[in-house]
Design a protein around this ligand. Sequence first.
Ligand code: HEC
Length: 136
Amino acid sequence: MRSRWKLLPVALVLPLLMGHDTGGCGGGDGVEFGPPTGSTCPPDSTLTWDSFGHEFMDSYCTRCHASTLTGADRQGAPLYHDFDTVQGVRNVANHVDYMAAAGPDAINTQMPIDDGATPTLGERKQLGEWLACGAP
Ligand code: HEC
């Protein structure tokens, strides 16, 4: 007697890590990306999430861009653009630069879009620097 072994097909599990494809970043309601600010990271930069990014985001961005907000409370802010954690900022760091930071090549003031608290030019420059440093 011959026992025949059926070879089980090797299941290739392809993780569907397709990123945050929410239908086209930057489209939408007409808020256009600005150009890259050209910010650079000075070797002596002291900006970190704890010393800068967290407070910046809480002051100016997380009233719409927060993982804790859903539905209308987001005021139209796209899903997966949540800035209540440093990882949330890092995930879309370039886009944050194009929308809210300032540097030698551009001053981007598209965000925030409401009449609420708005960063100063100095704070936008710090944002550009912090992002250029990799949002440490
Ligand atoms: C009043 C609510 C509100 C505030 C506050 C706000 N945003 Fe937004 N944000 C929006 C909305 C609405 C959009 C979608 C605009 C569109 O699609 O045209 C958006 C889009 C964005 C995008 C583009 C997302 C993408 O990739 O398509 C970025 C980046 C962004 N905001 C960053 C910020 C930053 C940084 C701050 C703080 C300085 C901020 N936003 C503050 C409502 C807000």
